[in-house]
Write a protein that binds this ligand. Sequence first.
Ligand code: C2O
Ligand code: CU
Ligand code: CU
Length: 486
Amino acid sequence: MTLSRRRALRLFGLGAVAAAGLPGCSLFEGTPQPQLLASTAPLPKPYAVPLPVPEIAKPSRTTGGVDYYDLAPRAADVEILPGLKTRVWGYGGSFPGPTIEARSGRRTVVRLANELDVPTVMHLHGGHTPPESDGYPTDLVRPAGRRDYDFPLDQRAATLWYHDHRMDYTGPQVWRGLAGFFLVRDAEEEALPLPAGERDLPLMICDRSFSEDGQMPYPGHGDRPGALEPYMGGVLGDVILVNGAPWPELRVARARYRLRLLNASNARTYELSTGGPIVRIGSDGGLLTGPVTVRQVRLAPAERVDVIVDFAAHKVGDQVELRNLAGEGPQARVMRFVVDRDARDDSAVPAKLSTIERLDPAKAAVTRDFEFSSGSMHGGTGWLINGKPFDPKRMDARPKLGDTEVWRLSSDVAHPVHLHLAHFQVLSVNGKRPAGPPEWKDTVELRDAQTVEIVTRFTGYKGRYVFHCHNLEHEDMAMMANFEVV
Ligand code: C2O
Ligand code: CU
Ligand code: CU
């Protein structure tokens, strides 16, 4: 057992007592819910800063059809709240990190040089990646260390993201800023007349809290040692950032925009609405078979949804708020669009976007059950899968390469469950089949007391991978397990 693991357990043991009396624990007595960490800085005015768009990373070199990127996680002081400096940990010193634009089937190598004074691990979330490059939580890149992450990208176009994945410390390290977009493009998608260029916008949504001097403290890790216990259900911030800016504003034309929404929050789930129709075109694993018009979009931690919003439905001068129906007060706001000009719009949303093979559960070689719940571990309370805390040495499933499997996932409180390597399709939620054609997912939200069946196929690589809850506090407190493709 590592030192850090022991430390987390000790804090967690105390936490079981402290958290039981907190509000918001009613449904499952003693099971803590995410808790708000209140800012001591005055909250910034909404819609007072422009939306930043993360810069597109340039390959440091391209040889033999392979693109190489240099990415150095490092500390930097940046202005997030107007007039204050915040020390972030960012890839290339920026939060979000630079957006990597890659092509399906084209090898992309990220050379990580760790300039932080703590170990880090990088994971490409949604990547179909060989195990040595998947960012296993103990494959640490030490301070001043380097590692090449080699991504064959044998997968379809999709909005992926990269982030820290250090065992026991993913919550604090992502909170400090270690996350960025990784877009995979392909010819199928490029042949469609979807909005492109500056009208194809990645939006990383996450919540943070700020101290009076502008810092983003994280409970229990350095800033206020021992203060993690009340937050074992998850840390919620009270300032909503989009691409690293608080409640920003974007000036838009009267035209269609493609918004690639990513929830990069540690523990907050959003229910996003513009007040008008939203056209869903994609999910974690890329395009849907066809567009689906909805009124709102629910996004649990790590989920992505691609949507089209048509601002031509508005007049010049109109303001369109992107709101969070799952939040209250300031947390009900996300960002604002201001329609400020007319524009020619050649884009369209075709009725057929892509083809998705429906995986057949009748062909499954096995059905596995995984229960995500709190329970006792090492004298304290932990977040467990099938009653066990994460142990890098214990293999929890051994799927065969090429096999289809059904996994039956169940929850006590809400858990966004994520599988590395294998994208999946949701078969049922509490026994009910989801409506419509299948879509590819890599993260699925289990709400309170739910059973969700997924079907997946293990392709590409043999080796060891993890699956886990993507509430990052749950993940750090051991709600993770291994599978080995054999
Ligand atoms: Cu987004 Cu295992 O992580
Ligand atoms: Cu992942
Ligand atoms: Cu969880």
